[in-house]
Design a protein. Structure first.
Length: 257
């Protein structure tokens, strides 16, 4: 892995994945998987949360959430960015628009990233990380290659329960309980320190404390949604991060090169 100081101030990206061996199939199948995944996760309304609801106390919820996030074994995640572009390469030609992925202990992840190349061409990239090995799909051929120079796209960095999410929740300041939402979730606000946001976004966000709008599972205190805004060079990027399917069993395998 390269350090944050290699290659200057790089805004890095991370990844997504789906059921089955999607990365071994043609890109048409990948696109279908993306559509099906998005459709399955859509919809509003009241959610079902089985069990006794936690007290609506900010300090108690923060402590319970930190413990719950530190014990996560697997999860799916979706990240959407709007507003000012955020780049995943050193020459700032590839901007991340969104990503969908999954993480599984002990540090494996795979991903599909929706990106814009040279401010005009929209395409998708795949990223897979297993241990210290990272692969990225070639944007032209679609074939997976060992991560080339100029990129830092390790999707396993995006969700690290013990070194990422647990200390993030523990370090939140000005945590306030806002309300119970109509969908049953608990809404809170808080401020996250810069170094912790850099960790959970795999370097996409860096160098600034961030005000968060959080939505928690009212029974387990697992984080379900985080919304926040960041500023780069005087421009604002707006982010929505969704976490779902905690504890789902799936296997992340190396791609066919």
């Amino acid at each position: 892995m390269r350090s944050d100081t290699d290659g200057g101030d790089v805004r890095r990206g991370v990844g997504v994945a789906y059921d089955g061996d999607v990365f071994k199939q043609p890109w048409s199948v990948v696109l279908l998987a993306v559509a099906l995944f998005a459709a399955a996760c859509g919809g509003d309304g009241v959610e079902s949360f089985d069990g006794e609801r936690l007290p609506q106390d900010a300090a108690s919820l923060q402590a319970t959430s930190a413990e719950a996030m530190g014990n996560v074994s697997s999860v799916r995640f979706q990240l959407t960015r709007t507003g000012a572009p955020v780049y995943i390469d050193q020459v700032e030609s590839i901007a991340l628009d969104s990503l969908e992925g999954r993480f599984s202990l002990p540090g494996s992840a795979d991903a599909i990233l929706q990106v814009t190349v040279n401010e005009s061409l929209g395409t998708k990239l795949g990223a897979v990380a297993i241990g210290e090995e990272v692969w990225l799909s070639n944007p032209v051929t679609g074939k997976f290659e060992t991560l080339p120079p100029g990129f830092d796209l390790d999707p396993s960095l995006f969700f690290d329960p013990k070194d990422g999410w647990q200390p993030l929740i523990e370090s939140l300041t000005d945590t306030t309980f806002v309300e119970e939402l109509t969908n049953g979730r608990y809404a809170l606000t808080a401020t996250a320190p810069a170094e912790r946001m850099q960790s959970i976004t795999a370097g996409l966000v860096r160098g600034q404390d961030v005000d968060l709008d959080l939505q928690l599972n009212p029974v387990t205190a697992e984080v379900l949604t985080i919304e926040f805004s960041t500023d780069f060079d005087g421009e604002t990027s707006d982010w929505v991060l969704d976490l779902l399917d905690y504890g789902e069993t799936f296997e992340i395998t190396p791609p066919e090169e």
